[in-house]
Design a protein around this ligand. Sequence first.
Ligand code: HEM
Length: 580
Amino acid sequence: KFPDEARVVRAAFLSSFFALLLGAIFGIIQTLHRTDVARIIPSTDYYTVLTAHGVFMVISFTIFFLVGLFTWALTRSLDRPLLNIKITWTWYGLMATGMTLTGISILAGFVDSIDMSADVLYTFYAPLQAHPLFYAGLTVFIVGTWIAGADWFRTFLAWRREHPDERIPLQTFMVLTTMTMWYIASSAVAASVLLFLLPWSLGFIDQVNPTLTRTLFWFFGHPVVYFWLMPAYMLWYTVLPKIAGGRLFSDPLARVVFVLFVLLSTPVGIHHQYLDPGIAEGFKFISMTNTMFLLLPSLLTAFTVVASVEYGARQRGGTGLLGWLTNLPWRKPEFTGMMLAGLMFAAGGFSGMVNAGMNINYLIHNTLWVPGHFHLTVGTAVALTMMAGTYWIWPQISNKPIYSSQIGLFQVVLWFIGMALMSNAMHAQGLLGVPRRTAEPEYSGFDYPTMFGGFEELNIQIAIGGTLLFVSTILFLGNLVLTMGNPKVSGLAEPLPSPVSGAEDAPQVLDNLRLWVGIALTLVVLAYALPIAAIINRGGLLGPGVGTYPVWLAPLFDALADAAAPLFGAVADLSASVVE
Ligand code: HEM
């Protein structure tokens, strides 16, 4: 209906899938390398590969898909085009330019003759240091996402002026709440990059406080996982019930879930730092408690989405306690893909609970269990839903039917099998103590087989699983490329049905975004003010002592440190007494 917007959506999706291709190539290289099946790179390049895999997959593939999906969802649900398409292309251009710069800085790590390296992994906190281009590119990319959010908010406000008394359409509500969360979360990583990492990498300052940059990263690093997840949630809530032949069970519950993510996703980041020295145990405990509350929106989602799918099956004649399962469109890749993704998400939820428990986390911290966990969540729940959603959305934004639904079906099942093998074996190796982020986990002179028995066999599972995933990615991309060659047809648009319990049943307060932002910021201050004050008080805003800074900056830092010292001291004392 809106061809200009459809063009942006297609461009964003194609950028996303290009990143998926690169990510998959690096993924298979590192899988075969660390399992010792085939070593085509020297181990010294392992971190370059790992950084490329992580950044292309979880920053580029997921977020480009998100901006495409949100553009589609907002214009579709408001039934109006974006206000100014030039602004829309501007943010897309910024994101593409930023990611290209960051990508170049990472890939330059493979070329010995170029003095540039960004082997800092997708978590990019100190003490690992990247070339300035890496941080500059990320900054440009994130600014692009901020403008995208502003573009959507402005379009919504224009709609609001014309529809003052209407409820915010559900998909638009999802876009606005997710972007609200993103603004809060990404402010910390922007501060970390602009105030510390970029000046440090440029040589303007000699040192940073690593605990501070880690804390600021994880302030952003946990909500970012929900940023990846919300597009999948949007598809599960608003598209999956339709494909199943029914309707969303409850619009109000969907709104509650998105509000809960705005409130709860940020004050939990310290759970990634259970083993960091320099953060008092009490703060970690508070973060763990908040984390456990996050199970609530996931359980609500499981209930609502399954209820919607069951409703669809019964509409199609399904009966019995479980007999209705046979009345679902399992032959459609968009349906089966999303259902398998949801199943994997449940498994990921359970392994996530182990990560979240402060005591049991010590068992699996920094082992291969952790990638095992997030290949179930972002690597499947999100990635597979995005691929499955593409089979449904792409024909509508291009007027071209999918080249082959059979290949699509085979592809999504293959992903599921590949991930079941790879991720299960990663979890198991994690329990054996095998470290993550390691090129040669066998170490010389340290024999896992004799110690634990199953290491070699698990390696084979990981290698086979990773290979199936790679093949599945190629099938997905090949199917899409062939689809792009199909002739255009009309009549592919699919309207979305209204929910069983609609927006009119949702309390008005749910649409009060100002209220949720206020509460979210309060929770963030409660969770982070004391730990950050203590970290700065102990380790200095820019590491210990200011003598190491350039002469022209020293007076400024001296003044800042003098002004802030009493405040930080008082807050740190308070935090110590709270913890005691
Ligand atoms: C890490 C393989 C798809 C995100 C890893 C690791 C392996 C792997 C073996 C662990 C490396 C180590 O710790 O030494 C694969 C394969 C894939 C795939 C074969 C399919 C082609 C994905 C997807 C995502 C993803 C779809 C997310 C959307 C990540 C991230 C890391 C990782 C964030 C951690 C990087 C780090 O520790 O810095 N992958 N993966 N992967 N993968 Fe994947």
